[in-house]
Ligand binder design. Structure first.
Ligand code: PLP
Length: 370
């Protein structure tokens, strides 16, 4: 019998492709004839070395990553990176960093960075309640800043930067939190970035891992008080195995990366993401104002779509979430800080799930008219 699976719209940890879960299940007790689960393997064993090497190789293939970038698999999630970014980029610098604030996650990154450096908020969309992205021409970048940080997709507010990297002056180190749109689209100009990082638990695998991609020439700017586990140069030298890494999480990411390659890589992920989001945005547009999206059309996310019922009708929204849950459509409540509803469509989300959501929304509107 087919396994019981709901339509899961969680913003993270998020659903994984059924095929990936089934592969993990099939080799759970005995990985490739080793007589043990990957979970039970020494990270120094030949078997595990082959797993982590293949995981990195497939990630590099997906991203078309130039050889002068290091891939680090680190613990501490994206929150860890909020601290490890300044700690690894400040030595010998002006001690200043520019941040572009487009929502909760970039605000959180600023808060953490302030412990280590002088933060300049070079642009903020706070005045529009984070429903827009500040025009590049309005950014007030600091000459000589150690780096510029932005968040390519704000998971809570549902605003996403275009696929192309924002233009910054030559020599400026561009740092991006890609946690919630990493691996959902190609990064055509990847060499414009100094550092890209992402928590794995949305588009890349289970929680417990931060993927940090850093240009080699930036290694060596680490302040002396940086904890060793977040010292990128040390971790790069040790192939992310300075200490015991989250071995099983890395293995699961590896299965997911191989799946993405089989599907056609990031161009295919992007085509799927566009098709999913278009279906929901169109359904909302056709609802005659029953459902509304607060975000400006030009920067609407393909990954996280916040929306409201009748402006801000919390009563109907509560009812919607409860009835959806009963219909097998789960985790549609908006983040507690903004309210409303939110559907998150990561790589593992199928068109079938989005079709089920849209059908439910039309039915709900018909049964609960204005
Ligand atoms: N940045 C973004 C864009 C996120 O969506 C999240 C989590 O949802 C984080 C950072 C924090 O990630 P973590 O929970 O891995 O620390």
């Amino acid at each position: 019998a087919a396994p019981h699976r709901v339509h899961n719209f969680s913003a993270g940890p998020a659903s994984l492709p059924l095929e990936v879960l089934q592969q993990a299940q099939a080799e759970f007790l005995d990985w490739h004839g080793t007589g043990m689960s990957v979970m039970e393997m020494s990270h120094r064993s030949k078997a595990y070395e082959s797993i982590i090497a293949k995981t990195q190789q497939d990630l590099r293939a997906l991203l078309n990553l130039p050889a002068n970038y290091k891939v680090l698999f680190l613990q501490g999630g994206a929150y860890g990176a909020f601290a490890s970014i300044p700690m690894n980029l400040l030595k010998g610098s002006s001690g200043k960093a520019d941040y572009i604030v487009t929502g909760t996650w970039s605000q959180t990154a600023v808060k953490e960075a302030k412990k280590y450096c002088q933060v300049n908020v070079a642009a903020t969309a706070e005045a529009t309640k984070f429903t827009t992205i500040p025009e590049r021409s309005t950014w007030n970048l600091t000459p000589g800043a150690a780096y510029v940080h932005f968040t390519s997709n704000e998971t809570i507010h549902g605003v996403e930067f275009p696929m192309e990297a924002p233009e910054v002056p030559e020599g400026t180190v561009l740092v991006c939190d890609m946690s919630s749109d990493f691996l959902s689209r190609p990064i055509p100009d990847i060499n414009k970035y100094g550092v890209i990082y992402a928590g794995a638990q949305k588009n890349a695998g289970p929680a417990g891992l931060a993927i940090v991609i850093v240009r080699e020439d930036l290694l060596g700017r680490t302040i002396d008080t940086c904890p060793q586990i977040w010292n990128w140069a040390d971790q790069a030298k040790n192939d992310s195995m300075l200490n015991t890494p989250p071995t099983y999480t890395i293995y699961m990411c590896g299965l997911y990366f191989a799946w993405m390659l089989r599907q056609g890589g990031l161009a295919a992920m992007q085509a799927n993401a566009r098709a999913r989001a278009t279906l929901l945005y169109d359904c909302i547009a056709q609802s005659n104002g029953y459902y509304t999206v607060p975000v400006a059309p030009a920067c609407r996310s393909l990954m996280n779509i916040p929306y409201r019922i009748l402006g801000t009708c919390a009563e109907l929204e509560d009812k919607f979430v409860k009835e959806a849950e009963k219909a097998g459509l789960t985790t549609l409540k908006g983040h507690r800080s903004v309210g409303g509803l939110r559907a998150s469509f990561y790589n593992a989300c199928t068109m079938e799930s989005v079709q089920a959501l849209v059908a439910f929304m039309r039915d709900f509107q018909a049964k609960n008219p204005t």
